[in-house]
Ligand binder design. Structure first.
Ligand SMILES: *[C@@H]1O[C@H](CO)[C@@H](O)[C@H](O)[C@H]1NC(C)=O
Ligand SMILES: *[C@@H]1O[C@H](CO)[C@@H](O)[C@H](O)[C@H]1NC(C)=O
Length: 391
């Protein structure tokens, strides 16, 4: 029996759409520039077991917005051993210092800075030249020497003296594999530096590809300042991010972004060298910082969504979706649940959940990359904000 004309048209459209999506002739698929792009399963807790954390009062809305438009994308915040600062790394590759009156240039990580690093119309437009200008992410002062250690997404682990200037690279690779996304660090009492490389295959400017891929090339590393050696403490990680030592130095915590976990890596005692889960997180974590009491502040970049949950489980479906000619920002929008949501959580030294602060609609605090506690105040930075929030 011949098909009705409308059915023929419909069938034709479906086939055309399938061919279009399959071939993506206009190159709209977000993965078109990444020929080797592959997706990996990401193991999460079952949806029903996700930690329920809430701040019914949305207390982060009461945070004070400081330095509006004076700092672009301040990810990490640090104070020097004399308590001065804050210091923060910004989108154009500089580390800035607040001297109490104004922001001044303190340090930079790229030996190659030029005018292309300056003056960009929006926060996102800096991404294009980050690999030339540098992107300082994690910052920590060595309390004994006053040196500032910097994890730069492109230039590895660096150090600069108390006078600032061009930071000197300490290490840019381990086991013959260069870092591609150095992210955060902490320093122990002997000057050993513990740090993360979020990926061997993707750089920060391609963080969306890294998130969608779920690829497990991230590493937890240790740099020894005496031997100048860098060793891999743990490998096979899916977007390792923030790192912090416990107050007594017996373990360190690091966030594993894609798996929504806060992992504990034992440094001392019987369990030294082993890893366990310290806490399951309700969203995608960024940095973690220890306060004076030995508690841990975790910055959650965005909450986990049902869409993200489904995609984590089904890596083939994820790959199929990403091959559709839909710009990457829409995929990302779906992944983060379609809105900004600031969330920070405090855990006790043994992993008990102590406090949750939110701004569920991102009204004041848009997103959080790091929480640094100083004298009872929380200094909140974010790669997505043009200010620092203080609570
Ligand atoms: C510095 O710039 C030059 C010329 O643009 C380039 O060839 C070189 O690779 C750059 N070096 C770094 C470390 O980015
Ligand atoms: C680093 O990442 C970029 C893409 O983000 C990739 O082209 C490059 O090959 C990676 N470097 C290494 C050493 O794998």
């Amino acid at each position: 029996m011949p098909m009705a004309p409308s059915a023929v048209v419909l069938a034709g459209l479906v086939i055309a759409a399938a061919v279009y999506c399959g071939l993506d002739p206009l190159g709209h698929s977000p993965m078109v520039k990444f020929p080797g792009f592959e997706t990996y399963p990401v193991e999460l807790l079952p949806w029903s077991e996700f930690p329920a954390v809430r701040d019914p009062e949305d207390r982060l809305r009461g945070a004070e917005v400081r330095f509006l438009n004076q700092v672009q994308g301040p990810e990490s915040i640090a104070f020097d051993p004399r308590g001065r600062g804050p210091y923060t790394g910004v989108a154009d590759g500089r580390v800035l210092f607040w001297n109490g009156e104004s922001w001044v240039d303190f340090a930079y990580t790229s030996p190659n800075r030029s005018e292309i690093c300056n003056l960009n119309p929006s926060l996102f437009s800096y991404l294009k030249n980050e690999h030339i200008c540098g992107r300082p992410l994690g910052l920590r002062f060595d309390k004994r020497t006053g040196d500032l250690y910097i994890a730069d997404a492109y230039f590895g682990l660096l150090k600069v003296g108390p006078q600032g200037g061009l930071a000197a690279p300490l290490t840019t690779g381990a086991e013959g594999v260069p870092f591609n996304f150095t992210n955060d660090l902490d320093i122990d009492e002997e000057g050993n530096v513990y740090f993360t490389d979020s990926s061997t295959n993707y750089q920060r400017r391609n963080f969306m590809q890294l998130i969608f891929s779920g690829e497990p090339s991230g590493r937890l590393l240790k740099y020894n300042p005496v031997t100048k050696e860098t060793i891999v403490l743990h490998r096979g990680l899916q977007f390792p991010n923030g790192v912090t030592l416990s107050k007594d130095g017996s373990f360190l915590l690091f966030c594993e972004g894609s798996r929504l976990r806060l992992n504990r890596y034992w440094l001392k005692g019987e369990k030294a060298g082993t890893l366990d889960v310290f806490a399951y997180l309700p969203g995608f974590p960024d940095n973690v910082r220890t306060n004076e009491k030995g508690e841990f502040w975790v910055a959650i970049h965005c909450r986990h969504s049902t869409y993200a949950h489904l995609m984590a489980d089904h890596s083939k479906l994820r790959k199929f979706f990403l091959k559709l000619p839909i710009p990457v920002k829409y995929h990302y929008f779906m992944l983060v649940g379609g809105r900004l949501h600031a969330l920070i959580i405090k855990y006790g030294p043994n992993g008990d959940l102590l406090e949750t602060l939110e701004d569920k609609e991102g009204k004041v605090v848009k997103a959080v990359s790091e929480v640094e506690e100083k004298d009872g105040k929380l200094w909140i930075g974010s790669v997505l904000m043009s200010f620092i929030a203080v609570y």
